[in-house]
Design a protein around this ligand. Sequence first.
Ligand code: HEC
Length: 214
Amino acid sequence: MFADHRGARPQVVNTVARGQLHEDSYFYTGVIQGANGYREEQNLMPFPATAAVLARGQERFNIYCTPCHSRVGNGLGAIVDRGYKPAANFHDQVRMAQPLSHYFYVMTHGYGAMPDYSAQLTPVDRWAVAAYIRALQLSQAATQADVPAGAQVRDLKDIAEEKHLPAGFAEPWKLPSTAVQAYPSVTKEGYPAMAPANPADPAITIPRSKPAGQ
Ligand code: HEC
């Protein structure tokens, strides 16, 4: 159609399509330019984490992350149980210390054996999932100071006993021993609290207290 045989004119350099300016680079990338190492600003949500945002995050997390990380985020999802590389345990010291934007970054770019989820999750959803992971982390390591007056943080074991649940309900989460053998470096690095009671059956110990009534 044109003299150079193209059907459309090339974009003028530095033009931006309508709605794609992406001026808020933290919202779209989770990265603060020039920041090396941990900075408190990288631990912030770019928009308020309301109850609706957390509910959306929980829904997306349960769809896209639980197959590998499990519903409680301990990294022992069904796919790992079938031999996939153990996925990160969001309750270990390494993951608890990571800033919120790290979760956004991992969902955007993938991480090691984990594929990226940028096609499945829009930026807003990725932040919602990150916020929900923080809520999961808090839920598993709550102290009395975290709950409103009148509510009580109790040991899961006591709740299990009271509700006549099987004793195993409150036991530490366990990686399948095949995964421990196949990925010794991941299990060592990713599960620092692992305390093998029986060498053939190593267990991961993480805080299991939850506020009453949840
Ligand atoms: C197909 C399995 C799979 C799915 C689904 C998956 N992950 Fe992962 N994830 C992994 C594995 C495996 C690792 C450990 C990567 C490694 O060590 O190679 C990991 C690691 C991570 C880490 C830790 C990165 C670090 O710095 O240690 C984060 C955070 C994470 N995943 C978040 C998510 C979120 C959020 C979702 C859902 C959107 C998700 N993952 C879905 C397999 C998965």
